[in-house]
Design a protein around this ligand. Structure first.
Ligand SMILES: *[C@@H]1O[C@H](CO)[C@@H](O)[C@H](O)[C@H]1NC(C)=O
Ligand SMILES: *[C@@H]1O[C@H](CO)[C@@H](O)[C@H](O)[C@H]1NC(C)=O
Ligand SMILES: *[C@@H]1O[C@H](CO)[C@@H](O)[C@H](O)[C@H]1NC(C)=O
Ligand SMILES: *[C@@H]1O[C@H](CO)[C@@H](O)[C@H](O)[C@H]1NC(C)=O
Ligand SMILES: *[C@@H]1O[C@H](CO)[C@@H](O)[C@H](O)[C@H]1NC(C)=O
Ligand SMILES: *[C@@H]1O[C@H](CO)[C@@H](O)[C@H](O)[C@H]1NC(C)=O
Length: 753
């Protein structure tokens, strides 16, 4: 049976704090999510919800108090509810019959067209249009800024689309400022369970920020000709799977961010509604795999055959900054494409400098006076903050009619200078040099050495002058990994390499909302149907689109199979691309077309992940709460008899060296399923870095049929003293006459972390 439609859900998050309120007796109350032992599938939603109230009544001693405390019942994919409780009540509840775990609700924070050609999925690609249109891409949009979607966007135009596939059980919230769905955008919901919106929030799935519209159109937008921003990045905009359907679950809000209970409600609804792929662009901290809501929600999605693709985070290049690193998630880093945006700055002495950024303004005069921010301070005390052109630090009389050079502290100095009658801004920074920021007035970004050159020039003459030109598109050497893209090592387990893969996430053109100016800054009057954004949030929907593309060819593949196909077919990158190598880009650059025919797949079901968690030392009862099993998981009986370094059939391998003189040896047991030609033989090629021994047994594997499995073991050994940096890497490649199946092997020496 073919899956009928893929839905994509994007989730974006920004902050995690704790929303607190005072209870009647002045005792602090928080929101908690209470997971219960799973009930039989036959138990209907209504009786689940009734059971939730009964538990609360027992706790509270009255039905009325139970109703007051109850916030929401998750009844589709989980057996859980959200409630307002005191700490002592939460503790008491966690010991009650039928209660599996009680988790404090936290608030998460936000991570923030040519790109499809760059990674090799041109418009002319062979497509299974019929099957593609059966795919539903679910986007749980969790951003610090509200996510949501723009239904009237041309990217969600439903020309040529039939009604949603029969399996679709979702719906569209009709509400304020939201025109409703169509046959392309087939679902849109929002969740704000604390009932406490900010004045800027619109309680509807509408996108007031642009992030959700941008990411979902990147994953699955319909084709739109002549897309551009200020004439830049001109071309046909389209998602990875233009024929797929889209559903949006908005769970993030302007000041509160995205809370766990809303996020879980998004997952619960998306899984129930029948999405095929979930895309989550989220920042934030991750807890343990059995209590983090994204981890728990995506585990349940995986259990129902839905792959969740998530962004790695924008906290790079710090090591260990990767988030969303559960092994059932496909974790995406951001790479750069071969296109950048620069604006020329010409000084009065004729010197030309190339600044970075998107400046849509054409200045009229040949030259304007230029000054340093700290030279036009409002008063001597504000000289330092004036250097950053912060609000209320500059003297308007000295700014008027001039270009002002400001050091970067927060974005928005272009707005401050413009607000005081200035002409434009030169922003000096040694960060964000690989992404093009959009400005609300003439501006450009330069590094500090260029900044010094400009200051020297300003000091050297009595009437310094300069001009900034409109931005132009330039060719860059690519690929590279974005500085901001979060890096490994995986903070959740030393056994799984994260991020998994890299995809374009710098200067991506996609659809935008009419409800927000391009910059959102005070005084901005620029609106556009398309905009350019950067972030792992932008990389994530590229991989979600690719996953949907693979699923349109292989509707019955498991989430792990789709993930394996995408990972083993990626284009290799080398440490020349990024000094942190695999810790920055995982397997390398996404290659969607190769992912359709991977030859072999590293498949897994939920029990494989349970074994992994046992091996990691999670206790049986916390695993039971993740899985939703009534009885404790008996890890002793589940661990495989043969020793394996990581106890997981992952498409990459990571050995973390022990801090001692002897040799560290790791045996990785793997099994591959033949999804290529029935009769086929694969030979192993091993590339081992200096100082590391890698062997594979057997070196040749043969198949007589499709779906046949074959096992092998990889042994990796190295001596701590021989590995004098954090990471060295090699690979195992299985090669047949038709396929190349590549797995990076990473050796980490934590001494250098
Ligand atoms: C922007 O999109 C709206 C809605 O799809 C459309 O009516 C309008 O013509 C578009 N504007 C431009 C400049 O293309
Ligand atoms: C939302 O709709 C209300 C009522 O129609 C209207 O007053 C408001 O301006 C709209 N908000 C936006 C951001 O369009
Ligand atoms: C600063 O930018 C200039 C001009 O783009 C470039 O030539 C120079 O190498 C950069 N310097 C540093 C330290 O990055
Ligand atoms: C420019 O002049 C200012 C004083 O007006 C001085 O503080 C600064 O060091 C000079 N900078 C350079 C690069 O010459
Ligand atoms: C690697 O293999 C060589 C040859 O068998 C052996 O001498 C050496 O000790 C091995 N090194 C490690 C780190 O296993
Ligand atoms: C695998 O190795 C065998 C023996 O060396 C060789 O005959 C065969 O052609 C190889 N197959 C591939 C796909 O390279």
């Amino acid at each position: 049976m073919m899956s009928r439609d893929l839905l994509v859900f994007l989730i974006f998050f920004i902050t995690r704090g704790t929303g607190q309120m005072l209870g009647v007796k002045g005792e602090t109350k928080d929101y908690y999510i209470v997971f219960l032992h799973s009930m039989q599938l036959s138990v209907n939603q209504e009786s689940k919800a009734t059971a939730h109230l009964t538990i609360l009544s027992t706790l509270k001693g009255s039905e009325l108090d139970a109703k007051k405390s109850h916030v929401y019942s998750y009844t589709n994919s989980f057996n859980a509810f959200a409630a307002k409780l005191s700490k002592s009540e939460a503790k008491k509840l966690s010991g009650m019959d039928g209660v599996q775990s009680v988790i404090l609700n936290k608030y998460h924070r936000l991570h923030t067209t040519r790109s499809w050609d760059f990674i090799g999925l041109p418009q002319t690609t062979a497509r299974r249009k019929k099957h593609e249109s059966d795919i539903i891409l679910g986007t749980l949009a969790f951003t610090y800024w509200p996510a949501g979607i723009t239904p009237q966007s041309e990217s969600f135009n439903d020309d040529g689309f039939g009604p949603p596939p029969a399996k679709w059980k979702g719906s569209c919230h009709h509400s304020a400022n939201f025109s409703g769905c169509n046959n392309k955008l087939i679902g849109a919901k929002y969740f704000k369970l604390d009932g406490n919106p900010d004045p800027n929030d619109i309680l509807s799935p509408v996108d007031t920020d642009g992030h959700g519209t941008h990411t979902s159109s990147t994953a699955a937008g319909s084709q739109v000709h002549n897309a551009q921003l200020f004439g830049l990045a001109k071309g046909t905009a389209r998602g990875g799977v233009p024929s797929a359907r889209v559903a949006m679950y908005k769970v993030c809000w302007s000041s509160s961010g995205c809370s766990d209970m809303d996020l879980l409600a998004g997952f619960d609804a998306a899984i129930h509604d029948g999405v095929d792929i979930i895309s989550i662009s989220i920042g934030g901290v991750t807890g343990s795999y059995t209590s983090d809501t994204i981890s728990v929600g995506s585990f349940h999605a995986m259990n129902r055959g839905i792959l969740t693709v998530a962004s790695a985070g924008n906290d790079g290049p710090s090591l260990g900054s990767v988030v969303n690193h559960a092994p059932w998630l496909l974790t995406v880093a951001a790479s750069g494409i071969d296109r950048g945006f620069q604006s020329r700055l010409v000084l009065g002495n004729g010197k030309t400098i190339n600044g970075i950024g998107i400046n849509g303004f054409q200045l009229k005069q040949k030259l304007y006076p230029i000054t340093n921010g700290d030279d036009v301070a409002k008063n001597p005390r504000s000289k330092e903050s004036a250097g950053f052109c912060l609000e209320n630090t500059l003297d308007p009389n000295k700014v008027k009619g001039k270009l002002v050079k400001c050091k970067l502290e927060t974005w928005g100095s272009d707005s401050v200078v413009k607000g005081l009658g200035g002409i434009g801004t030169i922003i000096e920074s040694d960060m964000f040099l690989d992404t093009a920021q959009i400005f609300m007035a003439p501006a450009t970004l330069v590094n500090s050495s260029v900044g010094q050159t400009i200051t020297k020039y300003i000091n050297s003459t009595r009437s310094p002058s300069a001009v900034i030109y409109k931005s132009q598109q330039v060719k860059l050497s690519a690929p590279f990994i974005a500085t901001f893209s979060s890096r490994g090592p995986n903070p959740g387990t030393k056994h799984v390499l994260k991020p998994d893969i890299a995809a374009p996430g710098i200067d991506i053109l996609a659809s935008y909302t009419p409800l927000q100016t391009l910059t959102g800054l005070k005084g901005d009057t620029q609106y556009s149907n398309f905009t350019i954004m950067s972030g792992t949030s932008m990389a994530c929907p590229h991989v979600a689109g690719a996953a949907a593309y693979v699923k349109s060819f292989h509707p019955n593949w498991s989430p792990a199979a789709i993930k394996s196909a995408i990972m083993t077919s990626a284009r290799p990158m080398s440490s020349r691309v990024d000094q942190y190598a695999e810790l920055a880009y995982g397997v390398g650059q996404l290659n969607p077309r190769g992912a359709v025919s991977p030859g072999l797949i590293y498949d897994m079901d939920s029990m494989s992940y349970v074994q992994f968690l046992c091996h990691e030392g999670y206790d049986g009862s916390s695993i039971a709460s993740l899985v939703g099993s009534k009885s404790k998981i008996d890890c002793a009986s589940l661990l495989p008899p043969l020793v394996s370094e990581d106890s997981i059939n992952y498409p990459t391998m990571q050995l973390t060296l022990k801090n001692k003189k002897e040799i560290t040896r790791g045996t990785f047991r793997r099994s591959v399923t033949n999804v290529g030609q029935a009769i086929s033989t694969y030979n192993a090629t091993i590339r081992a870095p200096k100082g590391v021994n890698i062997t594979v047994e057997p070196m040749t594997i043969s198949f007589l049929d499709t779906s046949q499995r074959s096992s092998f073991k990889v042994t990796v050994s190295a001596k701590n003293n021989d590995i004098t940096k954090l990471l060295v890497s090699g690979s195992l490649i299985w090669r047949s006459f038709h396929h190349v199946v590549r797995s990076p092997i990473v050796i980490l020496n934590p001494q250098y972390a």
